[in-house]
Design a binder for this molecule. Structure first.
Ligand code: ATP
Length: 234
């Protein structure tokens, strides 16, 4: 089977000027991620993981190099083009929840229908993240982990080409974390999923593991036989 590329980085650098000195958060990074892959990005604090995610998500510009989404170069995009790129292609799951306090759980997820045409059914996704029966509650009536699941549900309901996740299971107990990982795995049927995490166990269930250190890729390996999520001792 020929794999199509979802995203490709070609010689990408991100430089910050700190006083007189140049600091490279990403230093000549090249890799590609195929459509339908579940990819884990690992690395110590400050390695450049968030910078990488932000560039993939069209939230930050590169200093050098090219970034392609479905073979289209996005690295020269204007702010307006990046806004459209994000709206059309990207779903984010972040540690902060980003849900609106004046809307119910279901309304928060249904919001995405204003952004994309092919959104998934909110009731079905809310069931899958374990929030059935909570659809009409307001965020302040939910625990932190439940609020995080609302934002996860909305990102998944968007049905984005590329789902970017920064510590998606961080605020969750291990059972819920496992359920969310299963859901992310299910998303790879339609989408591509990239997860930044400090949890090395998640690497065992991924299709590809990219390890960063000091802004460079020190490992990029394909897991020929990713473990089943239920096989891992979380
Ligand atoms: N706006 C900025 N100005 C200067 N340096 C920055 C800026 N943003 C990030 N950096 C630096 O770039 C490096 C990479 O940061 P990044 O947030 O990508 O790391 P990370 O791997 O995500 O770390 P963590 O696991 O702690 O979130 C860090 O050393 C950080 O201090």
């Amino acid at each position: 089977m020929i794999m199509k590329k979802c995203i490709e980085f070609n010689g990408v650098s991100k430089k910050y000027e700190v006083g007189e000195k140049a600091f490279y958060a990403l230093d000549d990074v090249s890799f590609s991620i195929d459509q339908h892959e579940m990819v884990v990005i690992l690395g110590p604090s400050g390695a450049g993981k968030s910078t990488l995610l932000n560039i993939m998500g069209g939230m930050d510009h590169v200093t050098d190099g090219k970034v392609y989404m479905n073979d289209v170069d996005i690295s020269g995009y204007s702010e307006k083009e990046l806004t459209e790129y994000r709206a059309k292609n990207i779903g984010f799951i972040f540690q902060f929840y980003n849900i609106l306090p004046t809307l119910t759980v279901k309304e928060n997820v249904d919001l995405i229908r204003d952004v994309v045409k092919n959104a998934k059914d909110s009731t079905e996704i809310l069931n899958k993240v374990g929030l059935n029966g909570q659809e009409n509650k307001f965020p302040n009536q939910l625990s932190g982990g439940e609020q995080q699941r609302v934002s996860i549900a909305r990102a998944i309901a968007k049905n984005p080409k590329l789902l970017l996740c920064d510590e998606p299971t961080g605020a969750l107990d291990s059972n819920t974390g496992v359920e969310i990982l299963k859901l992310l795995r299910e998303c790879t049927k339609d989408n591509t999923v990239v997860i930044v995490t400090h949890n090395a166990l998640i690497a065992d269930v991924a299709d590809r593991v990219i390890r960063l250190k000091n802004g460079k890729i020190i490992e990029n390996v394909v897991n020929k036989q990713p473990k089943n999520i239920d096989e891992v001792n979380w």
